[in-house]
Design a protein around this ligand. Structure first.
Ligand code: UDP
Length: 486
């Protein structure tokens, strides 16, 4: 610090921790990072949240209203936002050099500010490996914020090794084969590994591979999970994953499960967290008319888009099941303006079904007393959100690490019933309807629900006073203090 600012920081500044947090511009990544930043702030840490892309400001930064802007602030990074948003465009691939340059300037500025404690660490998304360059330059630790579970982290940390052994990218004819030797991970079908790892021709492959290598250079990984959910994966990671400094194996990576990264009210409020009048949108108004624990919420997250024929078949499956449902979808590309739903579907399911094409207030939906089950694409945030509400699930994974998450829910913790796997292709109405009835109308569903409610209890204990999440957060701050004092 002295070297850079030319001045000794005051005692107060020396004691204060200052974290610089950098998100990746996909909702499934930036939402948990935002909640994590707020959690750090509530523990007395000064947080500088770097707004790398303008779309974040609309949906997330309003949640900063009411917080002390001198200790929780948002600063822009000088890269022009790309068109659109989401992981599909992976904008960082083209912008890495530009981003590093801009970030170096930003950090010089942060280190020279007299009114603030100098940054004690970088907390950056799992896909922002380039921030390691900045951390190295300023000699501060970088912690990776890992938005997926510990099982997926284990596979990512082993990706460089699997590439070296010639086992990745995978041979398409071997997709059904099992991989046995990722420490801590049960035998896994190659087809169920995170999708960007599998195909060298995919745009994401080199991006993913590069980030997997850079993750080894970090000081630690903050995982969006809680210890009691994945104890064996976390224990194995803690014992086996070494960091890599200048090409040499170094320290054991610090592995800190500090999730679920969700607003505090989601854990503390009763069955339904309140929504103000303008947030009480049509989905919630419709749920208000439904009996308790009767509705299946169906959603595929913020990225996945089903084809029109698959949407039509899903609608028929929902109708055949005879169960109540709230179906939320992202609009598919539809240049010919085809009907999304089979003729007469909305009429025939009126009163017991509701369809919304667009963004739903998912936390409020999952907290609604009328929701009794969740058909999910198994995105990790959605999975955690469902677990914290004790909602039994139906699994329909689509991409990324969702296939692993689905296996975890169905096989490991037995808190979900499978609709399909990632390799099943087109899913028939019969299959959809059967899975829904198994969950909502069979004794099997009751067992799954009980298992899920046990997980919810574990989650609430983990995030509660004195729970493992609080202890891990304190350990994290302790690591930063030791680093500062050394
Ligand atoms: N989400 C939401 N409304 C929607 C769709 C998604 O609020 O209509 C939120 C959801 O609550 C979760 C995130 O978007 O926090 C999706 O992240 P996830 O990891 O589940 O899946 P992804 O969208 O990255 O595939």
């Amino acid at each position: 610090v002295e070297e850079i600012s030319g001045e000794q920081p005051s005692i107060e500044q020396q004691l204060q921790l200052h974290a610089v947090v950098l998100p990746y511009p996909a909702k499934g990544h930036s939402i948990p990072l935002m909640h994590f930043a707020k959690r750090l702030h509530s523990m007395g840490v000064v947080v500088t949240f770097v707004n790398t892309f303008s779309h974040l400001s609309k949906e997330h930064f309003r949640t900063l209203d009411g917080l002390d802007k001198s200790t929780m602030r948002v600063v822009p990074l000088g890269v022009s936002p790309p068109e659109g948003e989401g992981t599909t465009s992976l904008p960082y691939v083209e912008h890495v050099n530009e981003l590093v340059e801009d970030a170096l300037l930003l950090f010089e500025d942060l280190f020279s500010r007299k009114e603030d404690a100098p940054p004690a660490c970088i907390v950056s998304d799992m896909f922002l490996g380039w921030t390691q360059v900045v951390a190295n330059k300023f000699k501060i630790p970088r912690y990776v914020l890992f938005a997926s579970p510990a099982g997926a982290l284990a596979t990512m940390l082993h990706m460089p090794e699997l590439i070296k052994q010639g086992r990745l990218p995978i041979d398409p004819s071997k997709k059904e084969e099992l991989i046995y030797d990722i420490p801590g991970v049960p035998p896994t079908r190659l087809a169920d590994l995170p999708s960007p790892m599998q195909d060298a021709n995919a745009y994401e492959y080199p991006f993913y591979a590069r980030n997997c290598v850079e993750m080894h250079e970090a000081t630690g990984v903050l995982i969006n999970t809680f210890y009691e959910l994945e104890p064996s994966y976390i224990d194995t990671l803690r014992q086996t994953v070494y960091g890599n400094v200048n090409g040499k194996e170094g320290h054991l990576l610090s592995i800190l499960p500090v999730g679920p990264m969700l607003p505090k009210a989601y854990f503390t409020a009763g069955p339904e967290i309140s929504a103000n009048v303008e947030e009480r949108d049509l989905c919630l108004q419709w749920l208000d008319t439904q009996p308790e624990s009767s509705v299946l919420y169906v959603s595929f997250g913020s990225v996945a888009v089903l084809s029109i024929p698959q949407i039509q078949e899903l609608a028929m499956g929902l109708e055949m099941s005879g169960q109540r449902f709230l179906l939320v979808l992202r609009a598919p590309l539809n240049p010919e303006n085809l009907p999304l739903f089979p003729e007469g579907f909305e009429e025939r399911t009126k009163g017991r079904g509701f369809v919304h094409v667009g963004w739903a207030p998912q936390l409020l939906v999952l907290s609604h007393r009328a929701v009794g089950g969740y058909l999910t694409h198994c995105g990790w945030n959605s999975t955690l959100e469902g677990i914290c509400r004790g909602l039994p699930m139906l699994t329909w994974p689509i991409q990324a690490e969702q296939a692993m998450n689905a296996r975890f829910l169905v096989d490991d913790v037995k808190a979900a019933i499978e609709v399909c796997t990632v390799t099943d292709g087109f899913i028939s109405r019969e299959r959809i309807s059967t899975a829904i009835k198994r969950l909502l109308a069979d004794p099997e569903g009751v067992i799954v629900k009980n298992n899920m409610q046990k997980l919810r209890d574990l989650a609430l204990a983990a995030v509660g006073e004195g729970g493992s999440v609080q202890r891990n957060l304190e350990n994290f701050l302790q690591e930063l203090r030791s680093w500062k004092s050394s």
